[in-house]
Design a protein around this ligand. Structure first.
Ligand SMILES: Cc1cc2nc3c(=O)[nH]c(=O)nc-3n(C[C@H](O)[C@H](O)[C@H](O)COP(=O)(O)O)c2cc1C
Length: 390
């Protein structure tokens, strides 16, 4: 089974990720991982931190001579800001440390601060936000980069784009080619394929900057080149739709998930929603009238592009803070402010890609198995032959 874990605090020494269950023989280069880490740091609306950190991965196990060797892959991404936090977040306590702490006494509405401080019995929220922070997703993106390497061996690609920023929306479906083109841009604004819609999105973020506010939106992850039959209708926990939903909503600040055109579909009659089935006798394969289901039926991939959307709430750290309570005095006070992002939509899309790639790689290995890429490929090709002859 392919599984991963992450560790690390936002201002700690580093982030750590382990990935267990990768077959041997998957090509891996730090450059491919670093490229995904770079993509996670882009976009208009990010806080100052993105300027100090240029994330780079160090692979410490599981990869030799640029290939996985079947053993757990362990990766480290250093926090370049750590040098400024060694006295604030030391592993070992020291005399006089109390003065160096940076307590967060005024919990931010919408953040993990208050519930976490109460639950873990901390007098203030510093340790909570250090782990709740989406800095953790750097490790997820590194793991996702490895999952992509596996999927790429079988012609599967995962990308994303932004379809809504606050009230500004892309009013049409983007094509796969447009999304590929977007992923090649060296300068990332808001991750929208349509320049006109992107400018409307930028105006929303500009307004949030002006007023000390923040803005959320919707990103769409698209997986292309999938075989029919990843996931299964047979049990609740093998349904791929449920597993993808968990993966996407597990992302910090994501509060909703949509597969295909779920909300539009829920407002329409069935005759307008289901994707009609056709058969091309020349090519000897099934085709569909549309892809409103987003590539999933019965919790299984149906061979069409997978479409998964994440709905991101606006960031909860506001430059013009909301009402809160001081944890020491219990008096009303304005919530804490710490350098923060205003809009993180393109980055959230990249993290969403990583989560989708991980879930797809898990489902792929469940179906095709194998301790080596050669074995996985043999199983995959045998199944594809069976599908072609169906
Ligand atoms: C890419 C990304 C960057 C984020 N940056 C910030 C930030 O700078 N400030 C902040 O308050 N929240 C930020 N968040 C959101 C918080 O991490 C999140 O709201 C918090 O952990 C509470 O979890 P919840 O919103 O899922 O309930 C970010 C989220 C993502 C996906």
């Amino acid at each position: 089974m392919l599984r991963f874990e992450t560790a690390g605090e936002s201002h700690g020494e580093c982030l750590v990720a382990t990935l267990t269950g990768m077959p041997a023989g998957i090509p891996v280069t730090p450059e491919a991982i670093n490229h995904q880490l770079w993509r996670r740091q882009q976009g208009f609306g990010r806080g100052g931190r993105m300027k100090i950190e240029t994330d780079t991965v160090r692979i410490v196990s599981g990869v030799r001579h640029s290939q996985t060797i079947g053993s757990p892959v362990a990766m480290i991404i250093e926090n370049r800001d750590w040098k400024n936090w060694t006295e604030t977040l030391p592993v070992e306590d020291y005399e006089g440390s109390a003065e160096k702490r940076k307590p967060v006494n005024r919990p931010r509405p919408g953040h993990a601060d208050l519930a976490g401080a109460i639950k873990y019995n901390f007098p203030e929220a510093r340790y909570v936000l250090e782990r709740a922070s989406a800095r953790e997703t750097t490790a997820r993106v590194a793991v996702g980069a490895l999952a992509r390497q596996l999927l790429a061996q079988f012609g599967i690609e995962v990308l994303s784009h932004v379809i809504q920023c606050g009230s500004a929306r892309l009013e049409r479906q983007a094509s796969w080619d447009e999304i590929v083109e977007l992923s090649r841009r060296q300068e990332v604004l808001l991750g929208c394929v349509d320049p006109e819609a992107e400018q409307r999105m930028k105006a929303v973020v500009d307004q949030a900057y002006k007023t000390g506010d923040t803005v959320g939106g919707v990103f769409e992850v698209v997986a292309h080149g999938l075989p029919v039959g990843l996931g299964s209708h047979t049990t609740w926990d093998s349904r791929l739709d449920g597993r993808l939903a968990q993966a996407i909503v597990s992302m910090q600040a994501v509060k909703g998930v949509e597969i295909g055109f779920a909300s539009e579909g829920s407002a329409n009659f069935g005759s307008k929603v289901q994707d009609t089935i056709h058969y091309d006798k020349q090519q000897r394969h099934f085709t569909r009238g549309a892809n409103r289901a987003g590539g999933l039926e019965g919790g299984m991939t149906n061979g069409q592009d997978l479409l998964v959307r994440g709905m991101l709430k606006p960031i909860s750290t506001l430059r013009r803070p909301l009402e809160s309570v001081d944890l020491t005095t219990r008096e009303s006070a304005l919530a804490a402010y710490e350098r923060s992002d205003v809009c993180v939509l393109p980055a959230a899309g990249v993290i969403g890609e990583a989560m989708v790639a991980i879930v797809l790689a898990q489902a792929f290995l469940e179906k095709f198995g194998g301790d080596s890429l050669v074995e996985t490929r043999r199983n995959f090709e045998g199944y594809q032959e069976q599908v072609r002859n169906y």
